[in-house]
Write a protein that binds this ligand. Structure first.
Ligand SMILES: O=C(CO)[C@@H](O)[C@H](O)COP(=O)(O)O
Length: 220
C-alpha cells in the first residue's frame, strides 16, 4: 500500500493547533494523542479539542487513545468526527464491542500494542480491525528514542495481516524519523506517525515529503 504519513500534534504548539494543522497540507492524517494521566503519565487533550480541530482542518484525524477506559470513550471520538480511532489492547476490556462501535460511527477502528505486547494473541481480532498500531516507544511522551526491538513484531504483524487478506494497515508510532522510517517500511509498516521529525523541522511540509520518500524507497 502507498505510504501514509500522520504527523503527531503532540510535538506541535498547542496554543496554535489550527495553524499547526495548516502547516502540514501534505499529511495523510493528523495524529491526535489523547492521554489521561492514568493509562500513561501524561495529560494532553480530549473531545472538545478534537471537535474544534475537526472544524479547523480538512485533514482526517487519527485519534490514538492512551486512556484507561477506551470502551467508554472511543465511540464518542468517532462520533466527534475522527476518521480513525485507535484503542490500546492493554486497556480495553471489551475490545470487540468497542471496535464495532467505532466502525458503526463511520470511523476506521485501530488496535494499539505497547512495545512489550505480543501481536499473536490478537489474531482473532483482526476481522474487527482497520489498523494495527505498533508502538515503537513506550507511550506517553514525544521525542523518545526508537525501539529497534519492535521491528521483528512489525514483520510478524505484516505476515498475520497478509494471511488475513492484507486489508489492515500497519502503523508505527514513536521515534520515527528520516533514518528509522526506512527500517519500519522494510519490515512492513505502511502508516507512519512522526511528531518531532515533522514539527521539530524548520519546514514541516518538507519533512513529510522527505519521510514519505524514504519510506517509499524502503518499500522497494
Ligand atoms: O503516541 C506517542 C507518544 O506516546 C507518539 O505519537 C509521539 O507523539 C510520537 O512523537 P515522536 O516520537 O515522533 O517525537
Amino acid at each position: 500500500m502507498a505510504v501514509q504519513i500522520s504527523p503527531s500534534i503532540l510535538a506541535a504548539d498547542f496554543a496554535r493547533l489550527a495553524d499547526e494543522a495548516a502547516a502540514v497540507p501534505n499529511a495523510d492524517w493528523l495524529h491526535v494523542d489523547v492521554m489521561d494521566y492514568h493509562f500513561v503519565p501524561n495529560l494532553t487533550l480530549g473531545l472538545p479539542v478534537v471537535e474544534a480541530l475537526r472544524k479547523a482542518t480538512a485533514t482526517p484525524l487519527d485519534c490514538h487513545l492512551m486512556i484507561a477506559d477506551p470502551d467508554r470513550w472511543a465511540p464518542q471520538y468517532a462520533e466527534a468526527g475522527a476518521g480513525s480511532v485507535t484503542i490500546h489492547a492493554e486497556a480495553a476490556k471489551a475490545p470487540v464491542r468497542t471496535l464495532r462501535e467505532i466502525r458503526a460511527q463511520g470511523a476506521r477502528a485501530g488496535l494499539a500494542l505497547n512495545p512489550a505486547t505480543a501481536v499473536e494473541p490478537y489474531e482473532d481480532l483482526l476481522p474487527e480491525l482497520d489498523m494495527l498500531l505498533l508502538m515503537t516507544v513506550e507511550p506517553g511522551f514525544g521525542g523518545q528514542k526508537f525501539l529497534d526491538m519492535v521491528l521483528p513484531k512489525v514483520r510478524r504483524a505484516r505476515e498475520l495481516v497478509r494471511r488475513h487478506g492484507g486489508r489492515i494497515w500497519v502503523q508505527v508510532d514513536g521515534g520515527v524519523d528520516a533514518e528509522t522510517i526506512g527500517r519500519c517500511a522494510e519490515a512492513g509498516a505502511d502508516v507512519f506517525v512522526a511528531g518531532s521529525a515533522v514539527y521539530g523541522a524548520s519546514d514541516p511540509g518538507a519533512a513529510i515529503d522527505e519521510l514519505r520518500a524514504a519510506a517509499t524507497r524502503a518499500q522497494g
